[in-house]
Design a protein around this ligand. Sequence first.
Ligand SMILES: [Zn+2]
Length: 410
Amino acid sequence: MWLTNCTVVDVESGAVRPQASIEVIGDRITQVVTRSDRATEGESATTGSSQHYDLGGRYVLPGLISCHTHLSVVYPFSATDETESAGLTTLRSLARARDALEAGITTIRCVHEQNRADLLLRRSADEGWAGVPRIFGAGQALSTTGGHGWGMGASYADGADEFLSAARAELAAGADHLKVFITGGLAHAGEVMEGMQLTVEELASVVRAAREKAKYVVAHAANSVSIAQALDVGVRSFEHAYELDDQTAKALAAAGAFLTPTLCVSRLADWMAQHHFTEDQIERAMAVGPSHLDSIKRAVDAGVTLVNGTDYPPGEPADDTVVAVREMEFMAQAGLDPIDAIRSATLNAARLVHAEDEIGQVRAGYMADLIAVEADPTKAISAMRDVSFVMANGALVRDDRPMASAGARS
Ligand SMILES: [Zn+2]
């Protein structure tokens, strides 16, 4: 089938190509034909007589990739039942995954799910039982006894040997990457963000296990000291960076590491209140807000590769949009151009999950994961609020304004 009358956003070059047509066969994009191609080849040589679907001039982008998701999370966190059945955890996660897909998030990277619900959902999708985004999963995060993941259904270990075996267990269960909490965070009363919760030897065990299987490590990391140490040990992907100094930002950029700012977590007070966070938690999160934004500004200035992630289920409504789009707006506030905010959820994110030849671009040979918006998002990132068309793996998920001309052309 041909998607016609598209204004394709080339996220790599930043160019916008009007009056383009996209051929989709099965789950792949097979051709992207622009106006100038048609001028040389002729209309009939391209869209021909096959089925076509008119996008009405809308701006077409690759499906979004959200890189810091917890589908199974319970609010308030204290209500987490570590003895909950995997079935119930997975059904809750399924609802969040579907919300994400509807919102145009066609790929998600999970970075801790109770009962490895991400790996169960991924299997369900592979079997054709559940329509969910493409999932890259960590299974359960690794945490120390009493560490940041304590009480959240994480995998607990102490000492280098225990971390090595806990890490190998997640990989054996099918994890695509390993997640480790190396500092405290905002979630729990009395937590401190300073210092490091793992020894260098424990962290090195996790990196070693990942490398044995050509995988990588994702670290929840609040501060510069822990990020610098983890970078030295070989961690590739960092989350939050509430306190990031210039020197560490430069080190992240030089190493080609990835940073997921999750600015949402220090800015959405109303959302937190609606989701049973305590006043104390909300206060603590908002208090970190200004320094968190300054930290991410330093990362932008240093040229760190940023990826979009929300910590919250990415399709959750917030501020009259969904949190994944709100996060793009926050990243723009930190200094990203609109096209770089888009890249954080497409091109950069695809590289992070080692799928840059499959997803993250509207290009021949790539998966037919496509979204469309009404206005040019390279001019103003808020255009991403109006996703009106979603296609995943070549199948239509949603179209809020189907064109009358859709159908077979004779
Ligand atoms: Zn998280």
